[in-house]
Design a binder for this molecule. Structure first.
Ligand SMILES: Cc1ncc(COP(=O)(O)O)c(C=O)c1O
Length: 437
């Protein structure tokens, strides 16, 4: 967990200090030498129980470690599809491969435009670029942190081949509006549900409402096997093409040496699948705990001027709470920068992150668009148009104001949530003094 949080830019909590209980909210901030509000670490991740050890040992001792000769991956796929209410599931090596395989199976390729959010993990964009298609960025709704459907409509051209929304933080993008746009414009919708395990839209599981949905089981995720991923869909032909793509383009030839399409080895291992099955015995309980804590935290944070928790879309009947996201207003905190706010939170024993950067502006885009392959496919005029179109001002602002907590913090107690809110209140009360810290 430590490693994965630092990978994503989380600032670590301070080391244990004097008993937190004795510290009052308006005491001196820890960054200015006071005692931290919190001296105990938030719950560790992953959570490992005996059933995980047994599951891994069974695969180890059984000697069938790959899915080509084992049956555990199949068992996980059946369980995942059943739990989500989808007809089919295919497990993959990770979430990125789930996206790459699905885009490959959908025939997304050179010349196509795929509508994506700029507020996502880079894998959403990389999967599109690896197929030599053009990601077209739709702006973000600053209130929900989700892709803005109005911006999707505006971004559609005759070359658009797919809408690829992300359920950011595990809360739902506006699926009513997005599916309606897809239907009206005859475009498939692929849900990037990599952060959204067991989140819901009007009672249906995220990932199951579009043409297909992709999941990640990477180490930080609410369901974790170190690495891992899955595709779900009700479309039997699509899942068969995904299966073939993720298995080096194999066809039905029983020898295993007949190839019907280009593909790659994106297969999950039996170890990963075994761990997913054993970890799934606890996900319902963990989701409930996150729901309770997120509701209490939201209630507390809404009372603090300058802190605005991400609003759930009306149709989002359940968030996965992979991230707890809010906006921080520097103006409401006496001009205290977000960077110093994060530092002050860490000193109080509360790790937090500034979250994503605007992907439409990352050097990755220019580097790819000016590469040999892209220049061979796209005329200069089209790339120039792309550069002019890809402005996302709401997202730019969001990336300056966002703050995240991780899902593991929501596995703590109600008192933990109160300490988070108390730390923010303390920082607010001393914001002017902290400005020079
Ligand atoms: C929104 C989103 N899409 C795709 C991915 C890629 O998943 P993985 O890291 O399992 O390849 C992630 C993982 O962080 C993600 O958060």
């Amino acid at each position: 967990m430590r490693e994965s949080l630092s990978r994503r830019g989380f600032i670590g909590a301070a080391a244990a200090g004097p008993a937190a209980a004795a510290v009052v909210t308006n005491g001196k901030p820890a960054l200015l030498g006071g005692a931290p509000i919190r001296s105990v670490k938030f719950p560790a991740w992953p959570i490992v129980r005996e059933n995980d050890e047994q599951a891994l040992l069974a695969v180890l001792r059984g000697g069938k470690w790959g899915r080509t000769n084992g049956g555990v991956a199949k068992k996980f796929e059946e369980s995942w599809a059943r739990t989500l209410g989808a007809k089919h599931s295919l497990a993959t090596a990770n979430g990125t491969s789930a996206l790459i395989a699905t885009l490959g199976a959908m025939g997304i390729g050179p010349g196509d435009e795929v509508i994506v959010p700029p507020y996502t993990f880079v894998a959403t964009i990389n999967a599109v670029l690896l197929h030599h298609a053009l990601p077209v960025f739709a702006d973000t709704d600053i209130d929900t942190f989700q892709i803005d459907p109005r911006s999707i409509s505006a971004a559609i051209t005759s070359r658009t081949a797919l809408i690829l929304p992300v359920h950011m933080g595990g809360s739902a993008a506006n699926l009513d509006a997005i599916l309606e746009i897809g239907k009206a414009r005859k475009l498939p919708v692929l849900e990037d549900a990599c952060q959204a395990h067991f989140g819901e839209w009007r009672g249906r599981k995220l990932g199951t409402l579009g043409a297909a949905g992709c999941f990640s089981f990477q180490a930080s995720k609410n369901l974790n096997s170190g690495e891992g991923g899955a595709i779900v869909t009700d479309d039997g032909d699509l899942i068969a093409r995904c299966d073939s793509f993720h298995n080096n383009g194999r066809g039905a030839d029983p020898s295993g040496f007949g190839y019907v399409r280009n593909g790659a080895n994106l297969r999950i291992t039996e170890f990963q699948a075994a761990l997913l099955l054993s970890q799934m015995t606890r996900t319902a309980e963990q989701s409930k705990q996150r729901d309770l804590n997120a509701a209490h935290l939201t209630k507390r944070l809404r009372e603090i001027p300058g802190i605005t928790p991400a609003r759930l879309e009306d149709g989002c009947t359940r968030s996965a709470w992979h991230l707890y996201m809010f906006r921080y207003s520097k103006q409401a905190f006496d001009g205290l920068s977000r960077a110093t706010f994060l530092k002050a939170m860490a000193a109080e024993g509360i790790p937090s992150s500034r979250g994503y950067v605007p992907l439409n502006k990352e050097p990755l885009m220019e580097a790819t668009l000016s590469s040999k392959g892209f220049r061979a496919i796209y005329p200069e005029k089209r790339l120039k148009e792309w550069r002019e179109r890809n402005q996302c001002p709401a997202n730019d602002r969001l990336c300056e104001e966002a703050v995240w907590f991780t899902q593991t913090m929501l596995l703590g107690s109600k008192e933990d949530m109160d300490q988070i809110a108390d730390a923010i209140l303390r920082i607010k009360a001393h914001a002017a003094a902290l400005r020079s810290a």
